[in-house]
Write a protein that binds this ligand. Structure first.
Ligand code: APR
Length: 172
């Protein structure tokens, strides 16, 4: 059964999927943007579990429970800060998606939602970040993947239009 890739516009904390991905920072202790929204919605127990993880390197991903969120678990990943594009940012961003997919498959997740990692505070240009997101997700799915649906959860209508264009076209 092929995995369905879809773009939607939503607050990711509302999505009743198996896994939501958090665009965290290396401390894993919360922050602004989607990280702040996830910690606020999950409640205070989340940061207690995160504290036990000992942080997370850029491009890596770690899992916690989802507490008060409708999701089953949260995959925290740390995207690269945009620094012009020739300091390994594309590879690190692709790694965030790849590692998150691998962790979701390890837990037999059937559905996973991603925010646009690194495209807010971390300043990654949305067009190239979205192309990397779609290509690295497609490339890292196992043929027998448990994942039936992948949602690219856009926060703005503009981001949604971009993801829909890339998903319907030939994402290079
Ligand atoms: N649901 C879905 N997407 C959201 C939400 C939300 N509730 N809130 C923000 N976003 C979107 C932003 O609009 C952006 O498109 O998530 C995307 C990622 O933006 P950031 O949250 O700023 O994440 P990032 O650019 O990866 O920067 C990470 O910001 O919040 C801090 O602790 C975090 O230091 C880390 C840094």
């Amino acid at each position: 059964m092929p995995t369905l890739l879809r773009a939607i516009q939503s607050d990711i904390t509302k999505l009743p999927v198996d896994a939501i991905v958090n665009a965290a920072n290396s401390s894993l202790l919360g922050g602004g943007g989607v990280d702040g929204a996830i910690h606020r919605a999950a409640g205070p127990d989340l940061v207690h579990e995160c504290r036990l993880l000992g942080g997370c390197k850029t491009g890596e991903a770690k899992v916690t429970k989802a507490y008060r969120l409708p999701a089953q678990f949260i995959i925290h990943t740390v995207g690269p800060v945009w620094n012009g594009g020739d300091k390994g940012e594309p590879e690190l961003l692709a790694s965030c998606y790849r590692k998150s997919i691998a962790l979701a498959e390890e837990r037999s997740a059937a559905s996973i939602a991603f925010p646009s990692i690194s495209t807010g505070v971390y300043g990654y240009p949305i067009e190239s970040a979205a192309q990397i997101a779609i290509r690295s997700v497609r490339d890292s799915l196992r043929t027998d993947s448990s994942i039936q649906e992948i949602l690219f959860c856009c926060f703005s209508a503009e981001d949604l239009r971009l993801y829909e264009r890339l998903l319907n076209g030939t994402a290079r």
